[in-house]
Design a protein. Sequence first.
Length: 655
Amino acid sequence: MIRDHLQENENVKPNMAFLEELRNKLPEFFNDEGFDIEKFQNALKENNINEFSDGYQLNFIGKDYARKQAGNAPTSVIVPDNEHNQKEENKNSKNLFFTGDNLEVLRHLRNNYSNKIDVIYIDPPYNTGKDDFVYPDKFEYSDKQLEEILGMSDEDVSKLDALKGSKSHSAWLTFMYPRLWLAKQLLTEDGIILVSIDDNELSNLKIILNEIFGEENNIATLIWNSSTAGGIRPKHFTINHQYILAVAKDKEKVGELKAPLSKKAISMYNSENEKGRYRDKDFAFKNTSTNPSQKYEILTPDGTKIHPKNGYIVRFIRSRFEEELKKGNVTFKQTKNGPFLDQNNNQANWNVYIKKYLGDAQGAPATVLPKENVGLNNDGSKEINNLFNNIRVFNNPKSTRLLKYLLNIFGNNNAHILDFFAGSATTADAVMQLNAEDGGNRKFIMVQLPEKTYVEKNKKKIPTKGGKAAFEAGYKSIDEISRERIKRAAKKIKDENPDLSEDFDGGFKHYRVVSPEKETLDKIYDFDPENYELVSDMVESFSSSALGVPGNASGEDTILTTWLAEDGYDLNTHNLVEYDFAGYRTFGIKDTRLYLIDNNWHSEQTKELLNQLGTNKVKFQSVVVYGYSFNVMDMKELDCGLLQLNSKVELIKRY
C-alpha cells in the first residue's frame, strides 16, 4: 500500500510515465533491460523511415518534476463516506464524488478507470494574476532528491522551490502537466477532453495539450462569448469571451459531431402529424450537377410528369424517393413558379417537398458557440444563487446551459463524464438535467479539493475574500458546496419532473482521498516485517476518525476501498462478496481475489481457507494480505499452504 508506493516513487524517473505508455503500445521494442533503442532504429530503417524532425516543445522550470509526478503512484488512501453512501438515494448510485487533491485522485483513478472516461471537462484556475491561482502542490522531495532524481543543478532546484505559492506561467504549467497527462490515460480511445481557459494561459495550454495528446488530435478552439460589453471602459479592447479547447485522445476514432438546434431552427418545424413536428423542405435545389440519377421525372397527383429545371437537381435518387413516397414523407403543392418543368418543358404548376422531422434534425457545431444555447457567465451565478436561496456561495460558476450544449456535442447519453476541477459541481448538475430530459444514463465523477472558505488567525476563523457568504451559510469548504449543490439540483429536477423515470440517478457515492498522519507514516517507515511487535494496530490508523475526517469508515473499509481501486475494480461494480473463515470475516471478489486485512488470522483460519480452496467451496486466483496485521509465522504458514495446493493461488503481500 503506502509503504510500497513510497518505495516505488523513489525510483520513478521523469520519463517513466512516457516509457510505460510506449511499452503498452510497442511492447516488441522492450526487453528485460528496458527500451531497445537499437532495435527501434533498425525497424525505422527497414521501413525507409530515416528523416526526423527537430520539432518544438514547451520547456519550463519544473517540467521534469511535473513529468515525474505523472509517473508517481498514489501515497494516499480512499476513505468511503459510509454515512452518506448508505443513504437510500446514494447506495445504488453510479455517480462518484471525490474530496481531495485531484492529482492524487487521478493517480488512483488511473488504476480502475483507465480507458473508461468518454468526456472530461475541466475549468482549471486561469492564472489571471488575481486570487484564482496559487501553486498548491506540496513539493514531495528534498533538494538533494531533486538533484539526484531529476539531475537538477542547485540553481534549478532554487528556481523550482521559488514556485511554491507562485502565480508564474512555470508554476501553472508544473501544476497542469501531470494532471493532463493522467487525464489522457483515463479517456476511451474516442474520448474527448474539454478545457476552459482565457487569454492568460491559452497559448501555453495549446502547446502542452499538443505535447501530451499530439497536435494531430486537436479538434477545435471554441469561442464562448461569456459576457456582454460593459462595466469600466478598458484602455484598449473589451474582452468578453473565453475559450474551450477540445482535444481527442485519437481524433480518427471520434465520430461526426452534431449540435442541438437553435430556437430559430426549431421554430421552422411548424407542422405536426402523428410522427411529430416537421417542416417541408424543397426536394429540388439549385445545383449545376448533371448527374442523371438526380434529374428524373416525377408523377404528380393530377398525372403531370415533372422534372427539375436546368440548374436544379433533386435531393436523392429515384429508389429513395419512392421509399419516402410510400412512407408518406413526400408533399406535393401547387404553385405557379416552382423549380420544375412539365413534360413539354413549360413551367410546371407543382412543387415537391420532403418532410424533415424535428426528431431527426441535428445542427452542425461551430467554433463560436451560439449565445442563445449556451448563455453567459452570469447565468451560472443566477442558477446557483437560486438553488441556495439567493445566497452567493460560489463566485463565477459555469452555467449548466454551456455544459449541456458541450455534452450534447461530444458525449453520448451513456457517457462517463469526469470533472476534476468540480468547483460548484455545474457539470454534475448538467449531467442530471440531460438525463432527465432525454432518459439518458450518463454518469459523473466529480473531484474537488476541500479548499477552505476561511483562514485561521489568532485561533479565530476569518472568512476568505470570496468565501464570506458561504462561510456564514455554514459551508466551511468548497467541496461541501459542491455536494450540496448536487443534492439541491437533484431535488429540483425531481420536483419539476413528477413523471421522471425510477432509473433517474440523482445521488452519488462520496469518498475522501486523504494522506496519512505523520505518526502513521513514521510507523510505516519504522516497520520491520521480521519484528511484528514494532507496530501497533495499523488498520485502525486508516479509519475516518483516526484520519480526522467524517464518514464513519473503519480502517478495513478504507484499506479495502483503496485496494479495490488499485486492483482495477470499478468502485460501483466490483461485486464484493463476504466470506467467513473460522470466525474471521472478510471480503473478496468472487473467483478472483481474497483480501485479508484485519489481524487475528492464525493457523485455524489458514487451515479453513485451505480446506475450502481444496474442496472447491471457494475459488481465488490470489490472496492479498495486509502485512502489518500478520506476524512472521502466520504469514509463512499461509504462504506454504497456498504453494501446496493443486491450483495455483498467488500470495500478495502489501505494506
